[in-house]
Design a protein around this ligand. Structure first.
Ligand code: GRF
Length: 216
């Protein structure tokens, strides 16, 4: 009997280049070379109806939905509707890829250790919006990309993967953005593959630490 796929949902608010990277690299691929299970980008939800990423999902034949706060009584109600939608679809992992809104504690609790975010800095440096600009304004010589589990605090949960890149000055923001995005497009799919393969777990001795079995 075929092993059921590892079902991933991607949450977006905008362009969706990270979603595209996942569609191009992990979607439909085997979880592990020796196994039969595949990774499936099974659903894409956007906080905005005009997010260009929705078209990327549509082109790949992935089911989409919009969960704007303005369509619900409040954020908690939106979060509940979104969580129900994801659970109805049997989602194993939620990926926040440019999802530009905070999700409330109830939602975070529902998907604890089953939800990751990609952030364009080496956390805990430069959390929040404009991370690349923050790093350049600070004069940082090194920045990078972080994939981390999502907890109740902004850009704070346990770190699954990080990769650095060097900055030099005078800095050209557009060029740094390109390098950061290229890094994201490699690091996020790698993290999703490792999680799907069951190679990622929280250290029972320190819940801040993620243990990764990085065999390949
Ligand atoms: C990425 O830089 C990601 O790190 C941040 O938002 C951006 C989304 O870009 N959280 P895209 O929509 O995937 O192109």
């Amino acid at each position: 009997m075929a092993t059921p796929p590892f079902r991933v949902a991607v949450l977006i608010s905008g362009t969706g280049t990270n979603l595209q990277a996942l569609l191009d690299t992990v979607h439909g691929q085997r979880v592990a070379p020796e196994g039969t299970a595949t990774i499936q980008i099974a659903a894409v939800a956007s906080s905005r109806p005009d997010a260009p990423g929705l078209e990327r999902a549509g082109r790949a034949g992935v089911e989409t939905a919009v969960f704007a706060i303005s369509d619900h009584p409040d954020r908690a109600a939106r979060d509940r509707a979104l969580g129900d939608w994801l659970e109805e679809r049997g989602i194993d992992l939620v990926v926040l890829a440019g999802f530009m809104e905070m999700l409330g504690p109830e939602f975070v609790g529902r998907f604890r250790n089953r939800m990751v975010n990609v952030h364009p800095s080496l956390l805990p440096a430069f959390p929040g919006v404009g991370a690349i600009e923050q790093a350049v304004e600070h004069g940082a010589r090194v920045t990078g990309v972080t994939v981390h589990f999502v907890d109740e605090h902004l850009d704070n949960g346990p770190i699954v993967a990080q990769e650095a890149l060097e900055l030099s000055y005078p800095a050209r923001i557009a060029e740094i953005e390109q390098r950061v995005h290229a890094l994201e497009h490699r690091l996020l799919p790698r993290a999703v593959r490792l999680i799907a393969a069951g190679r990622v777990r929280i250290d029972p001795h320190n819940p801040r630490v993620v243990l990764v079995d990085n065999v390949d």
